[in-house]
Design a protein around this ligand. Structure first.
Ligand SMILES: NC(=O)c1ccc[n+]([C@@H]2O[C@H](COP(=O)([O-])OP(=O)(O)OC[C@H]3O[C@@H](n4cnc5c(N)ncnc54)[C@H](OP(=O)(O)O)[C@@H]3O)[C@@H](O)[C@H]2O)c1
Length: 268
């Protein structure tokens, strides 16, 4: 597995595993927890070591239980989770309590990457939340800190007023919405981009182009899309409920896209 260094020197595996429906009834986002860790077990067997979790998904314990069950040491894994800010920020005591719950559910005393899940309309509060993450970072509980779904305006705020630069901005980047400008902005500030839902948005036309490209290398459309992202240092977190497709999303390190392929994919 290829890893790349974040701006604080911490290495992040460039392909991670999305988890937002894992361990849930019917593989549904809003499904109740089934009580097993099947998809995490498969992912570990397939070679995934980087897992993307979030308080919002209500299944951090599925990730925690799965990793605990494996015989691998904690240091072999890279765990991301996110502060649930979908209803804004409910104060420092709330943030501390939510963070402690994440550590408990993930059954760990540190988190490799902790993100603010989403910005909200209150700059002073965003800075307060960021200073809480900085405090956990300074105490070594968070090995790196970052943000998700932040636009330039929110990043500028933290870059100007925060003490620690975000290591990551996790954003939507997929066929039909590559989010080029924001990726370039992140790169300019040495902030790594993680692409969420990297396999969505592939319509019939796009699939045809991707298949044509993939046929040159014996790869599928999904593999071409993931390869495109990692060739430009964008970290991807694909998710599958199928063990073979999980494996396929990792099998992208033995081919290289041409400049023409890049142009065609960028135009999708
Ligand atoms: N920060 C945020 O706001 C945010 C938002 C959304 C998502 N995320 C994160 O991003 C992760 C990934 O996004 P996602 O869950 O929306 O889906 P995704 O990875 O984009 O995958 C979409 C669908 O593609 C299929 N698939 C997976 N691997 C494949 C392969 N190798 N070949 C063909 N098809 C394949 C899967 O269906 P099958 O199961 O049938 O294979 C899956 O349902 C989430 O789990 C979550 O961790 C973050």
């Amino acid at each position: 597995m290829k890893s790349i260094p974040l701006n604080n020197g911490i290495e992040i595996p460039i392909v991670g595993c999305g988890t937002n429906t894992y361990g849930k009834e019917g593989n549904q986002y809003s499904g109740a927890l089934r009580g097993d860790t099947q998809e995490i077990d498969w992912a570990i067997e397939n070679g995934y070591r980087h897992f993307d979790s979030a308080q919002l998904y209500l299944n951090e314990e599925v990730v925690g239980n799965g990793l605990k069950k494996s015989t691998l040491p904690r240091e072999d894994f890279f765990i991301t989770t996110k502060l649930n800010t979908f209803e804004g920020f409910k104060g420092a005591d709330w943030a501390h309590a939510e963070i402690e719950k994440s550590l408990e559910k993930l059954q760990t005393d540190y988190i490799d990457l902790f993100l603010i899940h989403k910005p909200w309309d209150h700059h002073a509060e965003i800075l307060e939340a960021w200073s809480i993450l900085e405090d956990y970072y300074n105490r070594g509980v968070f090995k790196s800190i970052g943000v998700s779904n932040f636009e330039k305006e929110h990043l500028d705020l933290i870059l100007e007023k925060g003490h620690i630069k975000p290591a990551v901005n996790q954003i939507k980047s997929q066929v039909g919405n590559w989010n080029e400008e924001l990726i370039a902005f992140n790169k300019h500030h040495d902030i790594a981009t993680v692409a969420w839902s990297p396999l969505r948005g592939i319509d019939e036309n796009a699939n045809q182009v991707l298949e044509e490209i993939g046929n040159q290398y014996g790869k599928t459309s999904a593999q071409v899309v993931l390869r495109y992202q990692i060739e430009r240092d964008v970290i991807v977190i694909p998710k599958s409920h199928n063990k073979d497709r999980q494996a396929q999303s990792l099998d992208i390190f033995d081919f290289e896209l041409s400049a023409i392929d890049h142009e065609r994919i960028a135009a999708l």
